[in-house]
Design a protein. Structure first.
Length: 264
């Protein structure tokens, strides 16, 4: 089995602050990257223990959050911004059998979720796809589902685990942090978080072998509504092809292809 792993930063134990840790000019950004990398490495250990042959790690945090020198010797790393052309990225993803997420936060607007946001923490208020609110987990699970990959595992903040369980039946989750608000949380120690991730992800692979998880697919056609905090961001969004203004803060897109719409 070959696994595609997507990582984020705000759902990692010990990473609690946008300003100090998650933004690249934060005073503890490098320390935050080491925490992310520790959880990623634990996940790779768990995958190896479960017999996975290859893992490609996609550093999904905006400015990058993997400490390359500290990365597990068996990992491959997909990194760099801007992200590759979608068509090229899709070719790479299709080489893998299933995907997993490490370090995830919940969607924008979940009051108890530490560092909750969807894509851009400064501009996006909400994403709604076919009437249902989604965050980065929904986007990713549907994108991967469109490429034939099921989502087997997620580790991160507790509300992110709930969000994943609501989307994907049979998914294994590991909560490493309980959010108390956008700026606060109760974290497990780094060691305990890593131990639980190692065990949880190995269990996820074993369970998937016994009882396969299906790729997440919602029936089309698709209607995506993006709500922004500010009207000028909605103005800028109107320059994208197919954009349709719903009101001052909401812009809408339509497509029959999930791969074309879920990351608009
Ligand atoms: Zn994120």
């Amino acid at each position: 089995m070959k696994i595609f792993m997507i990582t984020d930063m705000e759902g990692v134990a010990g990473v609690v602050s946008f300003v100090d840790q998650s933004y690249p000019d934060g005073r503890y950004y490098d320390a935050g990257k080491r925490l992310v990398t520790g959880e990623v490495n634990a996940a790779i250990d768990g995958l190896l223990a479960a017999g996975v042959e290859e893992t490609l790690v996609w550093d999904g945090h905006g400015a990058g959050a993997i400490d390359f020198e500290e990365l597990h010797p068996k990992a491959l790393l997909l990194h760099g911004r801007p992200s590759p052309l979608w068509s090229r990225l899709q070719e790479v993803i299709r080489r893998y059998d299933a995907c997993v997420i490490v370090g995830q936060h919940a969607m924008a607007g979940v009051a108890t979720s530490n560092q909750n946001h969807t894509q851009n923490s400064h501009t996006v208020d909400a994403y709604r796809l076919n009437g249902k609110l989604i965050g980065e987990i929904g986007q990713l699970a549907l994108f991967m589902g469109g490429l034939g990959l099921p989502l087997l595992f997620l580790s991160g903040e507790r509300d992110a685990c709930r969000e994943a369980e609501d989307l994907v039946s049979g998914i294994t989750t590991v909560a490493v942090k309980e959010g108390l608000g956008r700026g606060s949380a109760i974290s497990l120690s780094a060691q305990t978080a890593r131990q639980r991730i190692r065990q949880g992800i190995a269990t996820a692979v074993a369970q998937h072998r016994q009882n396969p998880i299906a790729p997440l697919i919602w029936p089309g056609p698709y209607l995506l509504e993006k709500r922004f905090f500010f009207t000028d961001t909605a103005d800028a969004e109107m320059t994208k092809p197919g954009a349709d203004r719903v009101n001052a803060q909401v812009v809408r897109f339509r497509s029959d292809n999930i791969l074309d719409i879920v990351y608009r």
